[in-house]
Write a protein that binds this ligand. Structure first.
Ligand code: SAM
Length: 278
C-alpha cells in the first residue's frame, strides 16, 4: 500500500517521498534498516530514518566519492573503504584496473546482507576477488596500520551512533598514519546547508593533519538540501594540479556523472561555504 516516508532533517524541516512498497524493515545490533520502493527514486536504503542511497541518484555520490581521489592518485593500488556496506563505492573503485586490493570495512553485516539481497545495482561488485569484506568497526580496524594504503574512502553514516568516532581527531590521525607518504583520504562531509557545525569542526580537525585539504561538491537530490560535500585530504597530490583525468578519454568506464570537467568544477566553492571552512 502507498505511504509517504519523511526523513526528519531537523526540528522544522523534513524530506518526504512517496513509497510504493516496503520491501524490508528490521533492526540490527547497530541501527534500524529499511529498504523501500519509492515512486520517483526506486529502491531506497534507509538507516535510522536517514536516506543512504536511492536507485535513481546514487550514481552521483558513488562516482564522486571514488573517482575524484582515484583519478588524482597516479597509481592507486591498495584502497580501503570504511562504511559503505551497500557496495556502491566499491563498485566504482573496481572500475580502476590499477587497484589490486580493496578492503571494505563495514560494522553492520545486516546492511551488506540486505544490500546483496535487494540492492544489486550497488552491491554487484562485492564478490569481486579483488575485494575483501571485513565486518568490523572501522575506527578499530585502521589503528594498527602504518603506511599501507594509497587511498582511504570514508563512506559513513551521519555522525551519530557507531559513526560518531568516524568524525573525530583520533580516527583521522589513525587514517593519516595508515596512508602511504603520498596517500589520499576522502570522506563524505554532509550538507553545507544543514550541517554547518559538522563541516566547520571537520576542517578544524583536519587542518593540522593534511597539507592539502579541499572541499568538493556534488548534487544528491534525495539527501537533505540536495547539495552534498566531500572533504579531499592529501599528503602530496593536489586534485586540480596533479590529476590524470585525461586517462578517462581512452577508458570506457561507464560514468554517468563524473568526467574531466566535473572533476575541476566540483572544487568551485560558493562564498558562504568558503567562509564556513576558512
Ligand atoms: N552514502 C551514505 C550517506 O552518506 O548517507 C553512506 C552509506 S553507507 C550505507 C554507511 C555505512 O557506514 C552504514 O552501512 C553503517 O553501518 C556504516 N558505519 C557506520 N559506522 C561505522 C563504523 N564505525 N565502522 C564501519 N562502518 C560504519
Amino acid at each position: 500500500m502507498d505511504f509517504w516516508f519523511t526523513e526528519t532533517v531537523n526540528d522544522t524541516v523534513g524530506n518526504t517521498i512517496k513509497i510504493k512498497k516496503r520491501i524490508f524493515s528490521g533492526r540490527s545490533d547497530f541501527q534500524k534498516i529499511e529498504v523501500l520502493d519509492a515512486y520517483h527514486y526506486g529502491r531506497t536504503l534507509i538507516l535510522e530514518g536517514s536516506v543512504q542511497l536511492t536507485e535513481k541518484d546514487e550514481f552521483t555520490y558513488h562516482e564522486m566519492i571514488s573517482h575524484i581521489p582515484l583519478f588524482t592518485h597516479p597509481h592507486p593500488e591498495h584502497v580501503l573503504v570504511i562504511g559503505g556496506g551497500d557496495g556502491g563505492t566499491i563498485r566504482e573503485v573496481m572500475k580502476h584496473s590499477t587497484v589490486t586490493r580493496a578492503k571494505l570495512v563495514e560494522i553492520d553485516p545486516l546492511v551488506i546482507e540486505k544490500s546483496k539481497q535487494f540492492l544489486s545495482f550497488v552491491s554487484c561488485e562485492m564478490d569481486n576477488p579483488r575485494v575483501e569484506v571485513i565486518i568490523q568497526d572501522g575506527i578499530q580496524y585502521v589503528k594498527p596500520y602504518t603506511g599501507i594504503f594509497d587511498v582511504i574512502l570514508i563512506d559513513s553514516t551521519d555522525p551519530v551512533g557507531p559513526a560518531t568516532g568516524l568524525y573525530q581527531k583520533e580516527f583521522f590521525q589513525d587514517v593519516h598514519k595508515a596512508l602511504k607518504d603520498d596517500g589520499i583520504m576522502v570522506a563524505q562531509s554532509e550538507s553545507p546547508f544543514f550541517d554547518q557545525q559538522i563541516v566547520r569542526e571537520l576542517y578544524t580537525t583536519l587542518k593540522p593533519l593534511f597539507p592539502i585539504r579541499k572541499m568538493y561538491l556534488a548534487p544528491v537530490p534525495s539527501y537533505p538540501s540536495g547539495l552534498w560535500s566531500f572533504v579531499f585530504c592529501s599528503k602530496k597530490y593536489d586534485p586540480i594540479l596533479d590529476n590524470r583525468c585525461e586517462d578517462l578519454r581512452r577508458l570506457n568506464l561507464n560514468m554517468r556523472y563524473y568526467n574531466e570537467a566535473v572533476h575541476q568544477a566540483a572544487f568551485a566553492i560558493p562564498n558562504f561555504i568558503q567562509e564556513l571552512i576558512a
